[in-house]
Design a protein. Structure first.
Length: 177
């Protein structure tokens, strides 16, 4: 394990949107492993229901040297892209883990997955670039998942029609397969 001063986020995990840098969850996880991540657990704090329609998750990341880092993530239809709204439990969990990992890694940059649907509409609804299209095509191919299946699930015509938010969710889905 390298010293904390040697650990930097790999540039491939940094996304620049409208002049602002965001770190991806994958980048936080990669950096956390370099800093001795031992594990990460999540707890359901609040399940969405008719009254609140909001999911809240608590994440606890631990390091090999005994460090404990907590983060909370929330998601509801008002703070996620409309196409992600049916996945608010997973989005809340990803946000919670991202916040815990940001503390563990001492990365002050906002995680891409933390962006909300309304506050960052211009950023999250931006179409993905050629590099992201290439990345998701390669990952889908290695996971034996057809573009048509992924795009149908996320209600887009093709990878080139994906927004940044949908791309992040689809990439996370493919990585779990």
């Amino acid at each position: 394990m390298s010293s904390d001063h040697d650990v930097k986020v790999d540039k491939r995990f940094i996304v620049n949107l409208q002049g602002k840098d965001f770190v991806t969850y994958e980048g936080l996880l990669d950096t956390a492993h370099q800093k001795g991540l031992n594990g990460i657990k999540t707890e359901l704090v609040q399940l969405p229901n008719k009254e609140n329609n909001q999911c809240i998750i608590k994440a606890i990341a631990t390091t090999k040297d005994g460090g404990i880092f907590e983060g909370y993530g929330d998601a509801d239809p008002s703070n996620v892209n409309r196409l992600i709204a049916k996945h608010i439990i997973r989005m809340a969990e990803t946000r919670a883990k991202a916040r815990a990992l940001r503390d563990l890694t001492n990365i002050g940059m906002t995680a891409l997955e933390e962006l909300t649907g309304d506050d960052d509409e211009d950023v999250t609804n931006k179409k993905i670039d050629e590099m992201k299209i290439k990345t998701i095509k390669e990952l889908a191919k290695t996971k034996n998942v057809e573009e048509k299946a992924i795009c149908g699930y996320y209600e887009v015509n093709g990878f080139e029609d994906m927004t940044v938010t949908i791309w992040v969710e689809a990439m996370n889905y493919l990585k779990r397969k």
